[in-house]
Design a protein around this ligand. Structure first.
Ligand code: DGT
Ligand code: MG
Ligand code: MG
Ligand code: MG
Length: 266
């Protein structure tokens, strides 16, 4: 087929193939969700409708796109990890990232009603995306640990901050002042001694964020045979389903219990 004289412009496309053998992480973060949360009256410090919608959207990403082995989310962000041997879209970073971002964004709007019921969505939200490559299991685990540690630090701060405001009657400026220079132990102590709250008993969803992984479940399905004299047959089928966990992923236990997530380093 003859080529047009315009064909040369294709050569302006740059190669963004992700390095082989690396885990490909796509992290999304809501754009200006400070405002989005205010406008949609998200409860403080955590809105379970909003967190549920984030997880539902992330599940849609895992179900619709190939090769994502684990996803971790908290606040207005979600990280998706493609298996290191993935060849999806020839490992082109822009393709992977934009598919994740658009599938997530459209799902966020599509499933909005399931979580916010009669409260309408006031304007279209958007999410930025970035791609990061991790060459070793240690690096990948440290990345996920970093995000979960961030969840913990922010949630502890926000929990004390909003407790001081909502139950302690402080203004936001006073609460901010009170927390200036405090360490984690101080914040735990304020919650415990002044409000009788043991931070460790706060919800796992808020303290640990959400980890999505694939899990195999055996399901019994009843098969009816075509001819009327044949009986119903019970068939056990193994199905892969996305399962949510709200647990520690920094320590060894989670990884020992789910040895299939990571591929060997060699
Ligand atoms: P960005 O990401 O630079 O465009 O700006 P933001 O405003 O999205 O900032 P970011 O991502 O650092 O912080 C997330 C914001 O989302 C933060 O202001 C609090 C808000 N947010 C997230 N989850 C909740 C929630 O469950 N409840 C409330 N009230 N706010 C939330
Ligand atoms: Mg954001
Ligand atoms: Mg954020
Ligand atoms: Mg499990």
């Amino acid at each position: 087929m003859a080529k047009s004289k315009f064909e040369y412009v294709r050569n302006f496309e740059t190669d963004d193939t992700c390095l082989r053998n690396c885990y490909i992480v796509v992290r999304l973060d809501g754009r200006n969700f400070h405002r989005f949360a205010e406008q949609h009256k998200f409860t403080k410090p955590n809105d379970n409708r909003a967190l549920g919608l984030m997880s539902r959207s992330a599940r849609s990403v895992m179900e619709e796109l190939e090769d994502i082995v684990i996803a971790y989310g908290q606040s207005d962000e979600f990280s998706f990890v493609f298996k290191r041997s993935s060849t999806w879209f020839k490992r082109r970073a822009s393709k992977l990232m934009t598919h994740v971002a658009s599938q997530f964004s459209s799902s966020y709007v599509f499933y909005w009603k399931e979580f916010f019921l009669d409260q309408p969505i006031l304007y279209p939200p958007s999410f930025d995306g970035r791609v990061i490559l991790y060459p070793s299991n240690r690096n990948l685990r440290d990345y996920l640990s970093w995000r979960q540690a961030d969840c913990h630090i922010n949630n502890l701060y926000n929990t004390v901050f909003w407790t001081l405001v909502q139950r302690g009657g402080m203004t936001t400026a006073q609460a901010e002042d009170r927390l200036k220079g405090t360490l984690a132990a101080d914040k735990n102590e304020i919650l415990f001694s002044e409000f009788d709250i043991n931070y460790n008993n706060e919800s796992d969803l808020h303290r640990k964020g959400t980890t999505l992984i694939w899990e195999k479940r055996d399901e019994t399905v009843i098969k009816r045979m075509k001819s009327p004299d044949e009986e119903e047959k019970h068939v056990i089928r193994s199905r892969r389903r996305v399962q949510a966990h709200h647990c520690d992923i920094i320590g060894e236990q989670f990884w020992e219990e789910h040895p299939d997530i990571l591929e060997d380093d060699n």
